[in-house]
Design a protein. Structure first.
Length: 394
């Protein structure tokens, strides 16, 4: 009997180990080149930017990437025709640049620096599965095994977990932000009468890192702690989780301000930097572009999400609501319904606000629905845990 009790823990560790080994296998087999099946186009730009950092020094371009041949979308005359990219933040290039400085500019360094994003994903999965077990599944050990089976091996965590663009880093930020929200009431915000700052500082760091790695996930990363807090069992943690999302938002904003400062350094003008950043965002949101409208994008992206998670976005939403309806004795059902809605809306926020970018990027943007997928697994796992304990009447 003791061995049977330890079986779920053994299987969970086995799943984690297999995920890590699988990722290392992908690095060994295909990591020497850009990942054509996981936004290799942008990875190639990261590599070109790092090569130019090494050749000319990063300060020459205000630590912004020099991507020759890339056409900028900007109304600033000084940047038109320039190869210096000022829109997506340059964080992924900094990781590779640091690795090249330490280990040398070589294909081998490019290949094995992929361990950095892979380990970020690995530790975020550790935190996520543990937090779900203690806060959502009430210690039911088979819950984390189920989450591992349905999360560790979806396409969204396959090649994307070793991407040297920002995809893996922002996914890790989503998972960790959600976990911090779940654990908000379990973590003391006070130590010996003094306010503990490590939790909000961690959320600030998550927001800052997420934006510097890849702006696309900003809305989802910001919502993640709040969604996690709504799923946590104590009502008091909701206010804490909203505060955590606020700190993530401050981190996101701080990263944007620093990046704006880099563009101002490059152009020697804050006004031109503002025009470049805001003008481009407005153009990506409102300029006419042939393609589906926003209503059509809801359905199209729901379908695209299925390629990343094996289930469409709208199916996740409806199945989550159905599972909650089957759980009549759930004491926090209203908060779980709200968490499900917020997770879905957070995924669609970028799609709706930056329509033109979304029309061109259905091959990468569905990854940001990771938060909705995790909530979907939490809802189904909670239902299964109650059924396993005989607390449901069907």
């Amino acid at each position: 009997m003791p061995a049977m009790k330890r079986l779920p823990d053994f299987l969970w560790i086995l799943l984690l180990a297999f995920f890590l080994i699988k990722g290392i296998g992908y690095i060994s087999k295909d990591g020497y080149d850009t990942l054509g099946h996981a936004d290799g186009f942008t990875e190639d730009f990261v590599r070109k930017g790092v090569k130019n950092y090494l050749l000319n020094g990063p300060s020459k371009t205000a630590f912004l990437p020099d991507w020759p041949g890339f056409q900028l979308e900007t109304t600033v005359e000084e940047l038109q025709g320039s190869s210096i990219y000022t829109h997506y933040f340059p964080g992924p290039g900094y990781i590779v640049y640091a690795a090249f400085l330490v280990f040398g500019d070589s294909p081998l360094t490019w290949q094995w620096v992929r361990l950095v994003p892979l380990l970020c994903i690995f530790f975020s999965l550790l935190l996520l599965t543990w937090s779900l077990e203690v806060r959502v599944f009430n210690g039911w050990p088979w819950g984390k095994v189920g989450v591992g089976l349905f999360l560790f091996f979806v396409p969204a965590l396959k090649w994307w977990a070793i991407s040297l663009h920002g995809h893996a880093y922002t996914t890790a930020c989503i998972l960790m932000g959600f976990s911090l929200g779940l654990l908000a009431s379990k973590t003391s915000w006070y130590k010996e009468g003094r306010r503990s700052l490590w939790v909000p500082l961690a959320c600030f760091a998550l927001g800052f890192i997420s934006n510097y790695m890849l702006l696309t996930a900003a809305f989802v990363v910001c919502a993640a702690p709040m969604v996690g807090g709504f799923l946590s069992p104590e009502p008091g943690c909701t206010k804490r989780a909203i505060k955590l999302s606020f700190w993530v938002g401050i981190g996101l904003t701080g990263a944007w301000i620093i990046h704006l400062g880099q563009v101002a350094w490059l152009l020697d003008s804050w006004a031109l930097a503002w025009e470049d950043q805001v003008g481009t965002a407005v153009a990506r949101s409102t300029a006419f572009k042939e393609g589906p409208n926003r209503i059509q994008l809801i359905g199209q992206y729901s379908h695209h999400v299925r390629r990343f998670f094996f289930v469409s976005a709208l199916s996740m939403l409806s199945l989550s609501f159905f599972a909650l309806w089957l759980h009549p004795k759930h004491p926090q059902k209203a908060r779980w319904v709200l968490a499900t809605l917020i997770a879905s809306l957070a995924g669609y926020a970028w799609i709706m606000l930056l329509k033109n970018h979304s029309i061109d990027h259905p091959h990468v943007n569905p990854r940001i629905f990771m938060l909705q997928y995790v909530v979907f697994l939490a809802v189904l796992g909670r239902l299964a845990s109650q059924k396993g304990r005989g607390k449901l009447g069907f």
